[in-house]
Design a binder for this molecule. Structure first.
Ligand SMILES: [Zn+2]
Length: 124
């Protein structure tokens, strides 16, 4: 079954609203699995925001200082995987940063074409 934001949030109430496209949802699903142990052992650990910034995943959180290193390592890992993953469809083939107008997206050639068509429609 296809992963949706609603489904991820329902299964993981610890997640904030996700400001990302569908292609990265599987990454976030894996990320939250790895973070669960810290959510259990550190009551101050809270994921504040998950979004796309400059074409890669950004995760903002608060946690006890003693956990920063380990949580940071996990988050870094998924941020760098996201940089090589098309944010629309999730493929890792020929993904690159594209900058249509004011935005930056991380896309495969096919999703880039679709987006260009979409933007042309908005502009007409
Ligand atoms: Zn794509």
């Amino acid at each position: 079954m296809e992963l949706t934001i609603e489904k991820l949030l329902e299964e993981n109430p610890e997640l904030p609203w996700l400001e990302v496209e569908r292609g990265w949802l599987p990454l976030i699903s894996e990320l939250i699995k790895e973070l669960k142990p810290y959510l259990h052992k550190d009551p101050t650990f809270k994921i504040e925001q998950i979004k796309q910034k400059f074409g890669s995943l950004r995760v903002y959180y608060t946690a006890r200082q003693e956990n920063w290193d380990e949580i940071g390592k996990i988050v870094d890992k998924y941020e760098s995987i996201s940089a090589k993953t098309c944010e629309m469809c999730g493929t890792k083939e020929e993904v690159k940063l594209v900058k249509p107008r004011y935005w930056i997206f991380n896309l495969c050639p096919k999703c880039n074409d679709n987006l260009k068509k979409q933007i042309l429609k908005w502009l007409l």
